[in-house]
Design a protein around this ligand. Structure first.
Ligand code: FAD
Ligand code: DLZ
Length: 508
């Protein structure tokens, strides 16, 4: 008799709780490249390649460490389509008395794992995923009795708990948050950094060829260069700290027209797969500040993204699921424009963000939030459609992190569960943060003319359409004061133009 440890595609950490729970060399480890997992949304081809390549390297590492690994490579014709099939097949072939799995990153998978014991006929133990600073239970305790959930307060708890950027119990630099310093537009100086690139080794090249042949979904497979092992991920981290971290804060919100990465880290894929530990990443950043290599606004801003936003978002996910995914506060009914999949639009900011997404399976936070996200919010896209798009197109996307970011932060579809107001913005915001507008066929200075930036009319129309829902929100007062200043003729022109945009959205 042996125990079976099922390791999921984003659980690639040698210290995983389920691996700690089994006997090396006696118990079995099962990993599987599965059609159902590769197909539940139209994943970017680089995302599939990343996960399969990282899984194969991880399995080899486990074998080298003495584990008995059973690895199923992707087989399009196989009757084994999903996790349940894979476990059932394994249990039919071997004497298994117990299954252990670390808590998955998606409610959908949790639901499936909870049904496994009945299907397979042996007990399934779900273990805590302790690769995070906080647990869902701790987050639920923190959230208990709070009217609103605000990341900032949770983040301060995480700072105290980890001791990151703390001096004698006080925040380093005498401030918890340096966000106000982090809103500069970038005009080419200093020169941009870019993430470290990794040429595929034999294992990765084999996966890339497999994906190129078997998957004809979204995104380019050429130029695959993601880190796929912990060693590569650590080198990518060191490269980021050395070359980009010092400017991460200043230009965190910048939207340059022709820069894919600027000073962002591209470490999310490694963090989410488990190749990097969040504390290790934050400690490397803190050390750079203590050594005088990077300023406090950069280091605090970066650490806040990881022990603040990343942990907070995960807490929200497990607190609110499964009903969370169904929310649609504004009652949106619009379809996602088809050009989200092709990038064929004349709106420069959207074209650049979607083009980068197609090439890299990556867009930085402000592109996700204020360009593709903002447009979907203003247009009134059905939340599920835009959530599925984000889940598919980004290499770092798993439900636990994608859903609250999209549904809650971008779409305000939970009515403000944690965002104090919708991140709705007109073209002016995009103009202020970069140079897309100077290269665009639409005029950002115009509102209702035929060549006016579509964000503008949609923005005012969004405010007007949702006045009842939003006007009482204290953080929207300024915006509604501006709406009140509009003359009836202006309002009518805005509505006309917004209706035209909605009717002709595929032609924009
Ligand atoms: P950096 O800018 O270098 O930031 C450092 C790290 O901070 C990231 O690697 C990430 O781990 C963490 N981080 C930053 N912001 C967030 C956040 N809001 N939530 C969680 N972690 C954060 N991030 C994902 O990892 N997966 C997703 O599926 C995902 N979907 C998103 C969808 C939308 C609509 C939005 C607005 C944001 C989403 N994010 C997601 C958050 C963020 O955009 C990405 O983490 C970031 O762009 C990844 O690039 P980076 O590693 O260069 O990040
Ligand atoms: C996203 C993904 C993909 C594309 N493929 C696999 C796979 O073949 N096998 C696997 O174990 N996991 C895969 N994943 C990740 C899962 O869909 C899911 O996100 C995680 O299991 C959640 O913990």
């Amino acid at each position: 008799m042996a125990r079976l440890c099922l390791v999921l595609g984003d659980q690639l950490s040698p210290s995983l709780s389920s691996l700690r729970a089994i006997d090396r060399g006696t118990d079995h480890v099962l990993m599987a490249e599965l059609a159902e997992e590769a197909g539940y949304v139209r994943h970017h081809r680089k995302k599939i390649a990343l996960i399969f390549a990282a899984m194969r390297h991880f399995a080899t590492g486990l074998e080298d460490a003495g584990h008995r690994v059973f690895y199923r490579r992707f087989d399009p014709g196989s009757a084994i389509r999903g996790f349940t099939d894979a476990v059932r097949a394994h249990c039919n072939e071997h004497d298994i008395d117990e299954i252990v799995v670390t808590w998955p990153g998606e409610w959908r998978v949790l639901d499936e794992l909870r049904g496994l014991d009945k299907t397979v006929g042996c007990p399934v133990h779900l273990l805590e995923d302790d690769r995070f600073v906080s647990t869902p239970a701790e987050f639920a305790d923190w959230a208990e009795g709070r009217k609103t959930l605000r990341m900032e307060f949770f983040y301060r708890e995480m700072r105290k708990r980890t001791g990151l950027l703390m001096d004698d119990g006080k925040p380093a630099g005498e401030q918890w948050n340096f966000d106000a310093d982090n809103r500069r537009k970038w005009s080419g100086d200093p020169p941009p950094s870019r993430p470290m690139r990794f040429t595929p080794d034999e294992t990765t090249a084999e996966v890339v060829a497999l994906v190129a042949e078997q998957f004809d979904g979204f995104g380019e497979i050429d130029g695959f260069d993601f880190p796929v092992t912990p060693g590569q991920a650590r080198r990518a981290l060191a490269h980021f700290v050395e070359h980009a971290l010092p400017w991460f804060g200043d230009f965190q919100d910048a939207l340059p027209d022709d820069e894919d990465w600027l000073f962002h880290s591209r470490l999310s894929t490694s963090l989410n797969l488990g190749l990097l530990d969040p504390i290790e990443v934050c400690e490397a950043a803190e050390q750079a500040w203590r050594d005088g290599h990077a300023p406090i606004n950069a280091v605090e801003g970066f650490i806040r993204q990881i022990i603040g936003w990343r942990e907070f978002i995960r807490g929200v996910y497990w607190l609110k699921m499964p009903d969370y995914a169904e929310q649609n506060f504004f009652g949106n009914t619009r379809d996602l424009p088809d050009w989200y999949w092709t990038g064929r639009t004349g709106m420069r900011c959207l074209q650049r963000a979607i083009d980068a997404t197609r090439r890299n399976a990556y867009a930085h936070h402000i592109q996700r939030l204020m360009v593709t996200g903002n447009f979907a919010l203003l247009l009134g896209v059905v939340p599920k459609q835009i959530c599925d798009w984000y889940l598919a197109v980004y290499a770092d996307a798993y439900d636990w992190v994608e859903l609250p970011n999209t549904l809650g932060m971008v779409m305000f579809a939970d009515g403000g569960g944690f965002a104090s107001k919708p991140y709705a913005a007109s073209g002016k915001y995009i103009q202020r943060m970069g140079d897309h507008c100077a290269n665009c066929r639409y005029k950002v200075g115009k509102r209702t003319e035929d060549d006016a930036c579509p964000f503008n009319a949609l923005y005012w129309d969004f405010l007007m359409r949702h006045e009842e829902d939003l006007a009482d929100n204290g953080r929207m007062t300024m915006m509604y004061r501006n709406v009140d200043r509009l003359k009836p003729a202006d309002k009518a022109a805005i509505t006309r133009r917004a209706n035209w945009i909605r009717d002709h959205v595929e032609e924009l």
